[in-house]
Structure formats: C-alpha cells, structure tokens
Design a protein around this ligand. Structure first.
Ligand code: FE2
Ligand code: FE2
Length: 281
C-alpha cells in the first residue's frame, strides 16, 4: 500500500523543510496532547479522522503543485506563481501536523494514497480550463468551505495541543480562501461563453463531491438540517459531530461560495441544483 511519504535522511532537505514550515509559527505543545480522558473508541475515531486528513492535505499540495506548473502557459503574472509556492509549503505543514496528531493517537499510516489522484493533468484540457477548473473546485469550493469547518474545530477545541494545530490550519486556510478568489478574478475572465458553460457543468460534479464529503448530504432541498446540527460540542480531540460540520459547510455554500462564484459569472446556483444529477453519473 502506498502512503504519504514523510521523512528523509538528506540533511539539506530536512533543514530547509524545517525552516520553511516552522518560521513564524507557534510550535504545538506536543507534550500536552492528552488522550487519557477519552474513551478508546473516541481516540480511535479521532486517530482515523486525523489520519484521513494527512492524505487530504497531501493531496492539496499535489493539486497546488500541478496548478503552479500550468500558470506559465496561461500567462499568469510572476507574483501569482511566487505566492503559490507559499501555499504548497502550507499544505506540507498541514500534512505533517495532521500526521503528528494521528501518531500521538496511535499512528497515521493506514490511509492509502490513490495513485490516480497524484497526477491531475489531462491532455484534452487546455491549460486555461485546467487552471480554471481547479481554481473553482479546489479553492472557491474546497478552501472556502474548509475555513467554515476549521472555525468550528477551533471553537470546539478543548485539548491545548490540538487547539494550536487547528488554529494553525485555520490561519493558513483563511489565506488560501482569499488566494483562491484572487486567482479566480484573474482566470475566469479569460474564458469564453462556451468555456464558462463547461466550467459550470464541471462545477456540478465538484459540488456533488463536497456535498458528500463535507455536508454528508445532510441538508435536504427544503434547506432543513437535522436538529443535531445545533447540539453543543463536547470535549474532543479535533473531531466534532458530523451534523455540526455539515451546518458550517452549508452556511459557507449559501453565504460565500454560491454568491461569490455567481458574481464572477460562473453559473454556480445552476451547478448546485444539478449536483444530485451529477452524483448519479
Ligand atoms: Fe491544508
Ligand atoms: Fe489549503
């Protein structure tokens, strides 16, 4: 099984990596991460959640790296490429932090990397559409919703070490959210009407994915959430109840993602309405 590759014997890489990831960031108090007050099944479920985050954060790094590689073809300014290198470092930081929390709870190496997700470039897609597609799905939906989810984790954090970790993630993802909208403002206007239509259809698939993973499809088309979405959050190790998470996701969809994309000319409301159909394909 292939897993996220962490660790090297080459000193140069280790020292550069530490400098890039640690400078300007508070070190989590690892010796204060305390799972003793929690039941074994709560620890096991937190470990699984943090382990899954290792793979997700690593995948964000892969996506940003592939996006960066296509920027010259699109003609995006040098500043955009330079700023993207910062995001790649951030996702490396998140990968490592999540692995360290999972390790403190029992280990992180059980989530397999799907080799098909490590190469995104499609030869039949122009660089412009490739960049637009991943800007909209990964940033304007993915990063924009993760800010809402992380705010919930920060608000509900009870362990002092986990709190520093989720605050670090939120700090970085807040920048990534802003970055995504700035990138979209540069890229979307480059598209012609046919390309915008293609992007809208593609967005329906992205919405289907995020509705499933972030919202667990818990909100019906009547807009009603299950009552558990408002249940108080109990002591935790960085995992909160799914309905609460889902509520934060749908709030970001309603208040930020759909209006933000529509303002840029992307048929986002239509794509959101089509997500059920997209899920069946
Ligand atoms: Fe991240
Ligand atoms: Fe991010």
């Amino acid at each position: 099984m292939r897993t996220v590759p962490l660790g090297t014997s080459e000193k140069l890489f280790r020292s550069l990596h530490r400098k890039m990831l640690d400078t300007g960031y508070e070190a989590p108090p690892w010796d204060r991460l305390d799972s003793a007050p929690f039941a074994l099944d709560a620890i096991a479920s937190a470990r699984r959640a943090w382990s899954a985050r290792v793979e997700a954060e690593y995948r964000s790094m892969v996506v940003f790296s592939e996006l960066l590689a296509r920027f010259p073809e699109v003609g995006l300014p040098l500043e955009v490429s330079c700023a993207t290198t910062r995001l790649i470092q951030d996702e490396a930081r998140h990968t490592e932090l999540c692995a360290r929390v999972a390790d403190a709870l029992g280990g992180h190496g059980d989530v397999a990397l799907d080799p098909s997700t490590l190469r995104l470039v499609r030869d039949d897609l122009s660089a412009k559409l490739f960049v637009a597609r991943w800007t909209v799905s990964m940033f304007c939906v993915g990063e924009a919703s993760s800010v809402g989810l992380l705010r919930e984790l920060v608000a509900g954090a009870t362990d002092p070490c986990v709190k520093v970790v989720v605050e670090t993630l939120l700090r970085d993802e807040t920048l990534h959210d802003r970055f995504g909208w700035a990138l979209a403002r540069l890229v979307i206007p480059l598209l012609n009407p046919d390309e915008i239509d293609w992007l809208g259809a593609d967005l329906a698939f992205a919405f289907a994915h995020y509705d499933q993973t972030n919202g667990a499809c818990l909100r019906g088309d009547d807009g009603v959430m299950p009552p558990e979405a408002d249940a108080p959050v109990e002591a935790n190790l960085g995992v909160i109840p799914r309905p609460r998470f889902a509520k934060a996701f749908y709030e970001r969809i309603d208040n930020v993602i759909l209006p933000g994309l529509a303002e840029l000319g992307v048929p986002a409301y239509e794509a959101w309405a089509l997500r059920h159909e997209a899920r069946k394909v």
